[in-house]
Design a protein around this ligand. Structure first.
Ligand code: SAM
Length: 240
């Protein structure tokens, strides 16, 4: 199955209620904690494009802080779910493959420079495709947009692998491991190198660091499972 087909199958099989996916955490624990990390670097008059928006749960919350928000996802089933479950007057959702250069060019022609929110998308791409997506994102940002990215790293993979190897009852995490090789696929760059990856593609990184990814799964001890991940805020210093 290609990436798009695998994601469409994933979203089609998922129950529609918020939080069904492992990463589909409450915006109060997620986008609301991300916005302060990039707001001061971003032009709030630009639209926000949520690349790989999934259920649209974060898109809907972020839309309160920008004139409009557009959630794009390669999976038709995700776009349908987002439109049905997370609408807002200034939000639209559409299917778009951000590995396709023409798509990025067309989006930029339509919206001009945008701010981009990217959460949990790069890590599941093949290494060659990560560069293609970074180039597409640079096109979307143009000279004035700001990127916020949260990504899994190798540390996330080790953490998950250890939990599962230890026999922890984590059905969503184990299900993703089976579906997407989660925990085995190497993240965009190992710890500390997410920045280098973006710099290699001409981004000007203005902030980065460690951040927890709140999941919707609970540990055997009853605590919400949090995964170690990384974030980054950047501009496209040399956009294509
Ligand atoms: C782990 S989910 C994260 C969803 C959302 N960002 C969130 O944080 O809730 C990754 C999403 O990226 C989407 N995706 C994967 N490849 C993509 C591509 N080439 N273009 C656009 N979206 C893509 C998938 O369909 C999926 O919905």
């Amino acid at each position: 199955m290609t990436g798009a087909a695998a994601w469409d199958a994933f979203w089609s099989a998922l129950p529609a209620e918020p939080g069904a996916a492992l990463w589909d955490s409450s915006p109060e624990l997620t986008a609301a904690r991300h916005l302060p990390l990039f707001r001061d670097h971003a032009d709030p008059a630009l639209p926000l494009l949520d690349v790989g928006c999934g259920s649209g749960r974060q898109t809907q919350w972020l839309a309160r802080h920008f004139p409009r928000a557009v959630g794009v996802d390669v999976a038709e089933a995700a776009v349908a779910l987002a439109a049905a479950s997370h609408p807002a007057p200034n939000v639209t959702y559409r299917r778009a493959d951000l590995l396709d250069e023409d798509t990025a060019v067309a989006l930029h022609a339509e919206f001009g420079d945008v701010n981009v929110y990217l959460r949990g998308v790069l890590h599941q791409l093949a290494p060659d495709d990560r560069g293609r997506m970074l180039t597409a994102i640079a096109r979307l940002l143009g000279g004035t947009g700001t990127l916020f990215a949260q990504e899994l790293t190798e540390r996330t993979g080790w953490y998950v692998a250890e939990l599962l190897a230890g026999g922890a009852h984590l059905p969503k995490t184990a299900g993703l491991a089976a579906h997407f090789d989660f925990g085995a696929r190497v993240a965009p760059a190992h710890d500390g190198r997410l920045r280098l990856l973006f710099e290699q593609y001409g981004f000007d990184v203005v902030a980065d660091g460690d951040i927890a990814l709140h999941t919707t799964e609970h540990t055997p001890g009853g605590h919400p499972l949090e995964l170690p991940t990384a974030y980054l805020v950047a501009h496209a210093s040399a956009w294509p």
